[in-house]
Each structure stands twice: as C-alpha cells, then as structure tokens.
Design a protein. Structure first.
Length: 267
C-alpha cells in the first residue's frame, strides 16, 4: 500500500535492503525512476498481512538528464548496483525509433557502498568463494546479513553439494543463530523434499514473525499436509497472507475461515 507515486509512473527496478546496508536502512525498498533521474527509498511497515510503503528522502539524485536507472540489485559484496540506461530519449512512442538523438552505444553501471561512521556499519559479510566452498562453509553463509549471499549459498547447497547437505541443514534449522539462517535452512530442506511437518509445526510457533510467515509459506507448498497441520494456519490467517494461502490450498478439508480472510481468498 502506498499513498504516493514518486512523481512518475516510470518506476523500474527495485531492491530490498537487508543487512548489507546499515541497520537504519533495513526493511527499506529502493526503486529506480527513469523519468525523474532518481533512486527513491521507501520504508516498509507491516500492518497485519498488508505492507505499507512510506516515502523517505531519495537515495540518489542526479542532475544529468541522461541518467536513467532501469534496474537495481544488491551484490554478494553488499554493494548496490544501479544499471543506468544513460540515454537522452527513453520514450518509445513520443519519438521515432530512428531519431538521431537516440543513443545506441552508451550505458553505465554504478556501484553504491556505505562509507559512513563505523558504529553504523552493517554486519561483516562472508568472505568465501561460494562456488568451491565446503558444506560447512555454505551452511555458515546462511546466516549472512546479505540476502544475495544467502540465496547463492542455498543454490550451491541444493545444486552442487546435494543430499549430503540435508543433515547439516537440519542441524542449522535447529540451532540457527538468526532468523535468516533458519528461513534459508528451511527452504533448502524443502528443495530436497526433506522438510518435515513437525519442523514446520515448530517454526510456526517461533517468536520471530519472519520465521512464522515462512513456515506458513512452507505449509502452503506442502500439498500432503493433513488437516491438523493446516489448522496451524487458522489463528494466523488474520495476520498473514501466507497463512491464508495455506488454508486456501487445502482440498476438501472442513476448516472454518474467518470472514475477513474469506473476503480476501475465497472467490
């Protein structure tokens, strides 16, 4: 939900700030605007199952009218990368495609890193070659503050290491040092078809809201879950879209769904 449009409908790439930027930037959404030559920032606030985007001062403003940010992405080094189309003309219908002022050769990629005071610096990122890392090293990276590192480590565990990673992942799920490691261990086990319903049950009662939401997503994706496990979602469906989805996907199970959730999910 948002009450603003950043002065343009030409919003392109978006990037979610996790632990790669300072704590004050966590739960921020960065969005590129090719029309206004800016990279905007919104802070995300949860209201039950809805997310509100609150406008904040822009991350990046450029007085070069050719600056055209079209995509954003955080890299495994924690830096934000901005793909700059760099063109005087961006419209495809106002100006002919063969107009001589259209540029066909230039383009730039900007790398944005934090250079602030030490006490605001984010947690240290893992310094390891993920393509050759061992199982234990990859498991440790699941606790990284960088979402990109965690996703890449998860891919390496499931695609390169294989089933031998299941037991270490299960141990990480039990002893995870933070919610990020817990969530990624859960989804890695799911990709191995090794996630147990009893583990979903435990995660559904975790103190961290993020872990509970992902447990509901895992429940929704587990088609064989019996009715008692689907009932885990019932008290949470007013607060979590993922819980509503778990109930919506339940075939031929007589579980009453609260009216507000029913309006959202039953057609």
């Amino acid at each position: 939900m948002t009450a603003h449009s950043h002065g343009s409908t030409a919003i392109s790439g978006a990037a979610y700030c996790d632990g790669a930027f300072p704590l004050a930037w966590r739960d921020s959404l960065l969005v590129a605007n090719v029309m206004t030559c800016r990279v905007h920032r919104d802070t995300l606030v949860h209201h039950g199952s809805s997310v509100e985007a609150n406008e904040q001062p822009d991350l990046l403003v450029c007085d070069d009218p050719w600056f055209r940010p079209v995509d954003l992405r955080f890299g495994p080094d924690g830096a934000l990368y901005v793909a700059d189309f760099y063109n005087r003309i961006i419209g495809h219908y106002e100006v002919p495609l063969d107009h001589p002022q259209r540029d066909h050769t230039r383009g730039r990629i900007w790398r944005v890193v934090y250079r602030g005071v030490d006490q605001d610096r984010p947690r240290q990122l893992a310094n390891v070659d993920l393509t050759t890392a061992s199982t234990d090293e990859l498991i440790a990276v699941l606790a990284s503050p960088s979402l990109d590192q965690r996703m890449l480590a998860t891919d390496q565990l499931t695609d390169r290491i294989g089933p031998s990673a299941i037991d270490p992942l299960r141990q990480m799920l039990q002893d995870a040092p933070n919610e990020e490691a817990c969530v990624h261990a859960m989804w890695a086990l799911y990709r191995f078809s090794a996630l147990k319903l009893a583990e979903i049950d435990r995660l559904a009662h975790a103190p961290e809201a993020t872990v509970r939401r992902h447990a509901m997503r895992g429940l929704a994706e587990t088609a064989a879950a019996p009715a008692p496990f689907r009932e885990l979602a019932l008290p949470r469906c007013e607060m979590s879209i993922q819980a509503c989805d778990a109930l919506r996907r339940t075939p031929s199970v007589n579980i009453p769904i609260p009216s507000r959730s029913a309006r959202c999910w039953r057609r």
